[in-house]
Design a protein. Structure first.
Length: 133
């Protein structure tokens, strides 16, 4: 089931610039082979514990300029293969950082919080300094 139930073998899904404000709890359920998910420039405000839980092969996630304000504490706990996360320019300044603990850090190669002052100095994102942690 789910919105993409006929696309079970899909490897890359780009839903950028679609003005999505909610994905529904089971929207990605049938995308068991999805490796890359791009959700840039949308308007949803929350990543909950279920959103990515049905994506066991997800390795690359981009959610840039999407106005995210809330990330549930266990949002990424089932994303064991995830190694690239880009959350550039979201509204994460007041988010509880415990969601970071749900990441499988042995696989993480790149994570970008640029534009989130509560994690580190915002100015370093625009100079020669690395924008990844």
């Amino acid at each position: 089931s789910g919105v993409f139930f006929t696309l079970a073998n899909l490897k890359t899904l780009n839903l950028g610039l679609n003005f999505i404000n909610s994905t529904g709890k089971l929207a990605f359920r049938s995308l068991k082979n999805l490796q890359t998910l791009i959700l840039n420039n949308n308007v949803f405000r929350k990543i909950d514990n279920v959103m990515f839980s049905f994506l066991p092969e997800l390795i690359h996630l981009e959610i840039i300029n999407s106005q995210i304000e809330t990330i549930d504490e266990h949002a990424f706990q089932n994303s064991n293969k995830l190694f690239h996360i880009n959350l550039l320019n979201n509204n994460l300044d007041n988010v509880n950082p415990n969601w970071i603990l749900s990441l499988n850090w042995k696989n993480i190669d790149y994570i970008n919080f640029c534009g989130v002052e509560s994690f580190y100095d915002k100015k370093s994102c625009f100079g020669n300094d690395s924008s990844s942690i």
